[in-house]
Design a binder for this molecule. Structure first.
Ligand SMILES: [Zn+2]
Ligand SMILES: [Zn+2]
Ligand SMILES: [Zn+2]
Length: 681
């Protein structure tokens, strides 16, 4: 009787005939689904694969042994390992995620575990037959039959400034120009009011109001000391207009100029530090207000993803650790010797794709420093074509597609990883704010300016009214923003660029897409005054919002006084179930818990910022607050404190949290509340 060919239940390669069997093994002809039954969709995972893989190596699976050896070089073997294959069948990773919390079973938030080893992702792939052409269907099929999760990829050039890399770039470029209708749409290549003219490889000039319609390049980069030193100021303005020797510029800029001239063949370049007068607030505000359209109209944006200092070169060489290892695939009945394709594993390169918003354990993008910067968010979202340069490889993003040298992200960013939309209207404003709020700004005062280009674009499309990061027409949703629970509360910024009813008044990640609507609140009017020249920028401190709604009084507690209060109560919830009450009690006494007492009942509230940090924004435990009831969703109400005896109006300090264990009986509270008009600053 012919022996049935089997697939290893750990590495998913077909086992050589004669190998011992384990319960996880499956008949080879069952197909991919055999490994997925009951698993998470669309990310298929096999947990505890590490232990299984060790057993498998011991029974003689050579592939398992090689995989284990390679992974042990890059990650602690204490980690879990899981296979992760995306349903789009494109992205496969062998993944060792952070340890899970013993209590909740979910990944431990980064802030609670600074020592935690980073999440390591391995790419597992088969070599593409042709270097740059799309992968043919027959190759994809063959690969599938070899292994269910296998990708098709390439080795990158190893040097992003090499002729090979430049030839690839040129090819991506010409494909886009020749066949992408959406990338060519609506382009008015009017030069920015001030721009660099690359007069020759040795000289650049700052020129103004050039009437030509010419393609230009934008640079997306991170500022550093050399950037500041060479920046445009009133004192060097005249000299820069007559010409700067390229050799005076930082290395990054010199490389960018080289890339513009060849292979791109473009002679106009926009760099913020050289095109905005850095010692003129008026100039900065005026140009900052047009920044969105400067990036939007650029022919291409060069994104210096790995540069933390502009004295560093733009181009990089692949570090040796990025070397891929070949996996010896045993000859089997379905893939006889000589027919087998070469299979590799390598540690995944950082790709400038996506932001780890709702997965605190993910650090896959932590290695792309530029994409953590607040200003870059709109630069990237608005640019129609982007050349990303990382140390490992070149990659390409345009409205229609994505390419990269290693080929793992070809055309798939949109579907699986990239949250910043190539078509900015494909993402809701609320989502954009969430993504943006994670990013870092050198100056908190730029919080609204760095998003103004996107806001202006959305306003032009929807004809809605905007202030401080929110839309009047959608205030029932936007008003209910809350701080992201996982992130620690930070002190309020010293200088507020927005009123306290805006998410822009706090520092750190916010959550807006929870779906709640403030159905019990009427938005009467907002009296907003812009602080500078840009209507999409910072607001004056007198800007206020008038609402009318049902208000109850409460007392907030935290620290020792809260713990004593919880202990004193025989019952903490209105729910008579004993179990429920004890769960609520445990929940209410979590570390750093913030409680509020309303009509003798205890509830949970989520402060917008670190209310216990000393200063003008401190709110003492025991303070009386007003609670504006909003809806019976997760954000039940808004906690407001009076601005003081000498003045009128309120400030928002946090939200009344409808915790699953400590339900807020909103309907009952509404019965006892009085309708009031409140002015919030
Ligand atoms: Zn195996
Ligand atoms: Zn394109
Ligand atoms: Zn890549």
């Amino acid at each position: 009787m012919a022996q049935e060919s089997m697939r290893c239940g750990s590495c998913f390669f077909e086992l050589p005939t004669g190998a011992g069997h384990l319960p996880e093994d499956r008949p080879a002809d069952l197909g991919v689904e055999a490994f997925y039954v009951g698993r998470i969709h669309p990310v298929h995972t096999v947990k505890n694969a590490f232990r299984l893989m060790q057993q498998s190596a011991e029974r003689g699976c050579v592939t398992c042994e090689v995989l284990l050896t390679f992974m042990s070089r890059h990650t602690s073997t204490q980690n879990q390992i899981m296979w992760q294959g995306w349903a789009s069948d494109a992205v496969t990773a062998f993944h060792s995620p952070p340890p899970l919390s013993a209590e909740s079973g979910s990944p431990i938030p980064k802030e609670e575990d600074a020592e935690r080893p980073p999440n390591v992702v391995f790419d597992f792939f088969c070599m593409a037959t042709a270097t740059d052409d799309p992968v043919p269907a027959f190759q994809q099929q063959r690969t599938r039959s070899l292994h269910p999760f296998l990708n098709i990829a390439s080795h990158p050039s190893g040097d992003t400034g090499s002729d090979l890399a430049m030839a690839r770039l040129q090819r991506w470029f010409s494909d886009c120009i020749a066949s992408h209708a959406q990338c060519a749409k609506d382009q008015t290549p009017q030069l920015p009011a001030r721009v660099l003219w690359l007069a020759s490889p040795d000289t650049v000039r700052v020129i103004e109001n050039c009437p030509h319609q010419e393609p230009y390049v934008c640079l997306s980069h991170r500022w550093s000391a050399p950037t500041v030193k060479i920046s445009l100021r009133s004192a060097n303005y005249a000299r820069y207009q007559s010409g700067i020797a390229t050799c005076e510029l930082p290395r990054l800029f010199r490389d960018v100029i080289r890339l513009c001239l060849s292979p791109l063949g473009i002679r106009y370049l926009w760099i913020d530090s050289l095109c905005i007068l850095q010692d003129s607030l008026v100039d900065w505000e005026t140009i900052a207000a047009t920044m969105g359209s400067i990036y939007e109209n650029a022919f291409v944006t060069i994104s210096a993803d790995d540069n933390t200092d502009s004295d560093q070169p733009l181009f990089g060489r692949l570090p040796p650790a990025a070397d891929a290892a070949e996996i010896p695939v045993p000859a089997t009945a379905s893939h006889p010797a000589g027919d087998a394709e070469k299979v590799f594993i390598r540690r995944q390169f950082p790709h400038p794709a996506g932001i780890p918003m709702h997965s605190p354990g993910t650090t896959a993008h932590g290695d792309v420093p530029l994409q953590r910067r607040g200003w870059v968010y709109q630069e990237r979202a608005l640019s129609r074509r982007i050349i990303h340069v990382t140390q490992a490889e070149l990659s390409w993003e345009c409205v229609e597609t994505t390419r990269c040298e290693c080929r793992l992200n070809e055309g798939h960013w949109n579907a699986t990883r990239l949250r910043v939309p190539r078509n900015i209207f494909a993402t809701s404003w609320e989502r954009m704010v969430e993504e943006y709020s994670i990013l870092e700004l050198t100056f908190e005062r730029d919080k609204l300016q760095a998003l103004a280009g996107l806001a202006r674009r959305v306003a032009a499309r929807d004809r809605r009214r905007y202030a401080a990061g929110l839309w009047w027409e959608q205030l029932d949703a936007g008003f209910l923003w809350r701080r992201l629970k996982h992130a620690a509360a930070r002190p309020r910024p010293k200088v507020l660029v927005a009123p306290t009813w805006s998410w822009a008044s706090i520092d750190g990640p916010v959550w807006l897409t929870h779906g709640d609507r403030a159905k019990d609140v009427v938005f009467v009017e907002w009296a907003v005054k812009v602080a500078g020249v840009d209507p999409f920028g910072s607001l004056d401190k007198d800007s206020c919002l008038t609402v009318s709604g049902y208000v109850v009084e409460g007392v907030i507690h935290y620290g020792l006084s809260w713990e004593e209060l919880v202990d004193k109560r025989s019952r903490v919830t209105t729910n008579p179930l004993e179990l429920w009450d004890s769960l609520a009690r445990t929940e209410l006494k979590r570390k750093n818990f913030m409680g509020v007492e309303i009509h003798g009942q205890l509830y949970s509230w989520l402060p917008d910022y670190a209310v216990d940090s000393p200063g003008p924004w401190m709110v003492m435990s025991g303070s009386v607050v007003r609670c504006l009831l909003c809806c019976d969703g997760g954000v039940a109400g808004m906690l407001l404190r009076s601005r003081g005896e000498k003045t009128t109006g309120y400030e928002r300090i946090g939200v009344l949290d409808n915790d699953p264990f400590i339900r807020v009986p909103v309907e009952d509270l509404l019965q006892q509340a009085s309708r009031e008009s409140l002015v919030i600053y």
